[in-house]
Design a binder for this molecule. Structure first.
Ligand code: ATP
Length: 369
């Protein structure tokens, strides 16, 4: 499922040069991108980067200052929120406390004056989809937080919108339930075929549920790509640093004839890294290195040319993993992560140990800037 790579696929949503200003503050800065039918698209970024503003423009609560938003070929500008095939599920769920689960789900359909039997059939379908059949008669205060979340979801899908906007939909749930609910959300999205756009602060959540993740900064999408590409081939230091753990090594690019090499400061051998972009010889660059791709050993590995020696200054024991912070003689710190596959009796390295860190030529990415 990669419609963004299919020249024949039609986008459901098109942002065309969209800018949103509040006074002289630019909240969204000239953004052009597409979201496809059946996509689960996540907006991720630090507080204030413009995620909610994007959603509110899609829902129709805000109008772009410049540019257009197109939904299924139609310019959204003249269409008021209640006439758009778009629904928004809020973090607070906004359920009606005095109405039963059944009535909450039926609310929008009733308001639209749908025939009684059609409403009943649709509500039943939604109850089944969200596994809420046995709670149909209960009021929101008589069910759990996770069940309330499912009622809100059922209600926002009842009118079969083309697009569902989810604003921190799982923010109120505890960590365990949150994880289980992520899979449920993916399952429901797949079954209904509705396009979902989710805003979340939680990068793991975005990576888990989304077909593509858009990493935002200052009103711009810096990279919109599959979770794997965002993680493995970030397009910038910003994205590499925002998602997961990473070591960033500054340096200068130098062509090796077989990809790229980088010469870092003094006293460091050239390091080899992969790149998808062209660099000039001598251009400033950064190497991004994920800690789990760095091996740690007592002896110098014979088969890798990316090998550096340093001293362990910190260890974070995480149960399944341990992360080692290793300081090199030139002051650079590199993180290495190992899986703890053995029991306590075979613990690896300890503080102050001098160790070798090594990684393959394709483990690291060379980035601009
Ligand atoms: P958070 O993760 O904290 O919810 P966000 O990424 O959703 O943040 P937005 O709510 O989209 O960020 O806000 C983007 C920027 O626009 C912020 O700097 C915010 O202060 C500003 N902003 C949003 N709405 C308005 C408004 N109505 N008037 C003025 N400034 C606004």
């Amino acid at each position: 499922f990669e419609p963004w790579n299919d020249p024949k696929a039609k986008p459901l949503i098109q942002f065309k040069g969209v800018t949103k200003r509040f006074g002289d503050f630019t909240a969204i800065d000239n953004q052009t991108f597409d979201i496809y039918e059946r996509e689960f698209f996540a907006l991720l970024g630090p507080s204030g980067c413009g995620k909610t503003t994007m959603m509110r423009m899609l829902a129709g609560f805000e109008k772009p200052t410049e540019g257009k938003i197109i939904l299924a070929g139609q310019d959204l500008a003249p269409i008021p929120p209640n006439k758009r095939s778009v629904n928004m599920m809020f973090q607070s769920y906004a359920l009606f406390p005095h109405l039963s689960v059944w009535e909450n789900i039926a609310f929008g359909l009733k308001r639209d004056g749908k025939p009684k039997d059609e409403i009943a059939a649709r509500v039943d379908e939604m109850l089944k989809l969200t596994r809420l059949q046995q709670f149909a008669k209960r009021k929101p205060h008589q069910i759990s937080g996770g069940q309330r979340q499912r009622v809100a979801l059922a209600r926002s899908l009842a009118k079969a919108p083309k697009l569902l906007l989810l604003d921190e939909p799982l923010g109120a749930l505890d960590a365990k339930l949150r994880q289980a609910t992520q899979f449920e959300l993916m399952d429901i999205q797949e079954k209904t075929g509705t396009t979902f756009v989710i805003v979340t602060h939680d990068q793991e959540e975005a990576m888990t549920v989304a077909s593509r993740v858009a990493v935002m900064d200052n009103g711009r999408i810096i990279q919109a790509d599959t979770p794997a590409r965002i993680y493995e081939l970030p397009n910038s230091v910003y994205v590499a640093d925002f998602i997961g753990e990473v070591t960033i090594i500054p340096g200068t690019a130098r062509k090796s004839g077989e990809g790229y090499e980088i010469a870092y400061a003094e006293g460091m051998k050239p390091l080899y890294a992969e790149t998808e972009t062209a660099f000039d010889n001598g251009e400033t660059c950064h190497i991004a290195l994920r800690p789990e791709k760095v091996a740690i050993s007592a002896e110098q590995p014979a088969d890798r040319r990316n090998a550096v020696q340093g001293k362990i200054i910190d260890i974070a024991y995480l149960g399944n993993l341990s992360t080692y912070h290793v300081a090199l003689p030139n002051g650079q710190m590199i993180k290495a992560q190992t899986a703890n596959t053995r029991r306590l009796s075979r613990r690896g390295f300890t503080w102050e140990d001098t160790v070798w860190l090594s990684w393959t030529d394709t483990a690291a990415v060379l980035l601009k800037g």
